[in-house]
Design a protein around this ligand. Structure first.
Ligand code: BDR
Ligand code: CA
Length: 304
């Protein structure tokens, strides 16, 4: 199975991605690191620990940055609820999985100790990942690829043209995209292209305990979207990693706008090569929605 590290800010769609990864026979989750994003890092860490306990997995968790490198921290508790995983009462985590190291130190240790290259799956503002690459550049050769949920080819969800994970910490995203480490990007486009319809959510509910847990959170995700369609953004990073054939992709240059007075935090996905810059990412541009939904339901069916 393939070793991965997940950097995340759970977050309801993060929770779905984590559940899939922890229960996939193809993946070996070596570490989960947390960052301030959807909610504070205290909450995202607590949520990661709750998920590891829920699935009874022996996966360490390390807490990372409380906020962006330079930008001000603004959460998304309006979308995911005050705790970040509103709607389900988990038992208090016992905390035994929480490492004493910071996220960046734990990532370094995990990477350097690995005999195979590790995939870094980034589901949140890229603060920890950027710090890792800057502080411990020796890890680069141990990273197979960074598969990330972030950015957009078109309109945004945080600004007119910007996506939450990139726009929350644009400088961090710029460090990651210019790092030279291979990047695969699943942006907002594929999340919108494959929303969960009410009947999909009901099927998930009826699968098992995990399905019930998610269904009760879905009722609190972006108030009311259970009826209009749920966006499973972060699950696409995991889906792309496990089954890339369900995506259309383009190998392109992606620039991160850092200066624009109205466009800071935008991803310039240069699909037509206007900028004549070297390719730095494989970007998901299309999705087979039916295949994704079936994949997700099958993946949750494997959980408890
Ligand atoms: C991203 O922002 C967060 O709210 C989600 O968890 C996802 O990672 C989507 O823009
Ligand atoms: Ca997230």
């Amino acid at each position: 199975s393939r070793p991965i590290i997940i950097d995340t800010d759970p977050g309801i769609d993060d929770a779905v991605a984590i559940a899939v990864a922890l229960n996939s026979p193809e993946l070996d989750v070596r570490l989960i690191t947390t960052v301030g994003g959807n909610v504070s890092v205290e909450h995202t860490t607590d949520n990661a620990l709750k998920l590891v306990d829920f699935f009874e997995k022996d996966v360490p968790v390390a807490a990372g940055a409380a906020g962006p490198l330079i930008a001000e921290f603004v959460d998304a508790s309006d979308i995911h609820g005050a705790s970040g995983m509103e709607g389900y009462e988990f038992p208090e985590p016992d905390g035994s999985k929480l490492l004493p190291q910071t996220a960046v130190e734990a990532m370094r240790d995990t990477l350097m100790a690995s005999d195979k290259p590790v995939t870094l799956v980034s589901l949140a503002p890229m603060t920890n990942v950027a710090l890792l690459l800057k502080v411990f550049p020796q890890v680069r050769e141990k990273i197979e690829r960074i598969v990330l949920m972030g950015g957009t080819c078109g309109r945004g969800n945080k600004g007119v043209l910007s996506e939450f994970n990139v726009a929350s910490d644009p400088e961090a995203a710029a460090i990651v995209f210019s790092s030279g480490v291979p990047i695969a990007m699943a942006g907002l486009d594929v999340g919108w292209g494959a929303m969960l319809r009410p009947e999909d959510s009901e099927r998930i509910r009826d699968l098992n305990e995990t399905g019930k847990m998610f269904y009760s959170m879905f009722g609190h995700y972006r108030g009311g979207s259970l009826k209009t369609g749920l966006k499973m953004y972060d699950a696409h990073a995991m889906a792309y990693l496990l089954d890339p054939d369900m995506y259309e992709t383009a190998d392109v240059y992606v620039g991160i706008e850092l200066d624009g007075s109205m466009t800071k935090g935008c991803t310039l996905v240069d699909l037509r090569g206007y900028l004549h810059k070297p390719v730095n990412a494989t970007v998901c541009t299309g999705i087979d929605a039916e295949r994704f939904r079936t994949w997700l339901i099958d993946s949750i069916a494997r959980c408890r």
